[in-house]
Write a protein that binds this ligand. Structure first.
Ligand code: ASP
Length: 349
């Protein structure tokens, strides 16, 4: 889950870029390694998802299928505002979903972007991988493909998501004709005061034989410009795997992950011998540097956004690492499903 900018992009672009402090590296977790067997790693909203994925692999399921079965729980959950049903909509109030899957043994992938009306975009992505010669379908084409495969179209906007969107829209400007919500309306639910809650789920899975599968699924940036696609459905950005090396994925500011080819870069770092945690930190540091060049760093040289990476290596080492402190990630292996503290570059606050 992710990336709340502390300041708006506009504020950052107009801020002075002078006087960057030297990078003060934050906490590194002790190297985490599962004791052989299957292992699944995900963002913190995936505690039940990793448990399901691990069980699926333990019963002989293919890692990519087990991973998708795990994230389907979150896609169907109306209380997760960042994925599938109940996900926050675009600026017009329409939920647009992005998802992608990768399969280790075949090095194949499938993805959908800006898909409307289908609760489980990760399953549509699986079909794209298995039933077409393509990797990515978008918008109307993705919807028609889902319909052809018998997926049910449903209204994905819950009352909670609609209110969050409406109150965001009403508070956006004092130069339009929309009046802001009342304090009583905002007091109904604490989340309604949170203007743009972030989130996504990534899940990387490795079975006992060392084969990988992974998935990332999201409703994307809350209240995005219609048609905006983030990192999640882009192979190499929001997820990537190489069956000989490992798997990685991201949540957080998708634009920064796209500009760094984040997940691909992490897998390549692991290929050259870096541990999952070192590889995640290498790319977080690269993103810090890039944010200084593209106007998204504050006057101490820290990015205005959060990014989180998750990585799992062939030998069962795993990591969750973020730009800012305060992040956990979910893991399931023979020791059970649990949330672990992630490492980070910068202490928040
Ligand atoms: N990475 C997602 C996107 O940019 C959003 C998030 O994880 O908060 O679409």
């Amino acid at each position: 889950m992710t990336g709340m900018p502390d300041l708006s992009r506009r504020q950052f672009l107009s801020a002075t870029a002078a006087g960057y402090a030297a990078l003060s590296l934050g906490a590194r977790a002790p190297a985490a390694q599962s004791e052989g067997g299957a292992v699944a790693v995900s963002s913190a909203n995936g505690l039940e998802a990793v448990r399901t994925a691990w069980e699926g692999m333990s019963q002989g399921g293919r890692p990519v299928d087990a991973a998708v079965a795990g994230v389907n729980l979150v896609e169907r959950d109306p209380n997760d505002l960042s994925v599938g049903y109940g996900g926050l909509p675009n600026e017009n109030g329409v939920v647009e979903l992005d998802a992608a899957v990768m399969d280790g043994p075949t090095h194949n992938a499938g993805a959908v972007a800006s898909l409307r009306g289908i609760k489980t975009p990760s399953q549509v992505a699986l079909r794209v991988m298995r039933r077409t010669d393509h990797v990515l379908l978008v918008g109307q084409g993705a919807l028609e493909f889902a319909r052809a495969h018998g997926f049910q179209e449903e209204n994905l906007l819950t009352e909670r998501s609609r209110k969050l969107w409406l109150y965001w829209k009403e508070r956006r400007s004092d130069r339009d004709d929309w009046f802001p919500p009342s304090d009583e309306e905002l007091a109904e639910d604490p989340i309604l005061r949170n203007e743009r809650p972030p989130g996504t789920i990534h899940l990387s899975a490795r079975n006992e034989s060392g084969d990988f599968g992974c998935v990332t699924t999201t409703s994307g940036l809350a209240f995005k410009i219609p048609g905006r696609v983030g990192d999640s459905p882009l192979i190499g950005d929001g997820l990537y795997l190489d069956n000989e090396v490992g798997s990685a994925g991201s949540t957080g500011r998708g634009e920064a992950v796209i500009l760094s080819c984040g997940s691909f870069a992490i897998v390549e770092r692991m290929r050259s011998g870096r541990t999952p945690e070192q590889a995640c930190h290498d790319i977080l540091e690269r993103i810090v540097d890039q944010s200084r060049r593209n106007g998204l760093a504050d006057d101490q040289g820290r990015p205005s956004f959060n990014v989180r990476f998750y990585a799992l290596s062939k030998d069962g080492k795993y990591a969750g690492a973020s730009m800012y402190s305060g992040g956990k990630f979910a893991v399931a292996d023979a020791a059970g499903a649990r949330l672990e503290e992630g490492s980070f570059l910068f202490q928040r606050g």
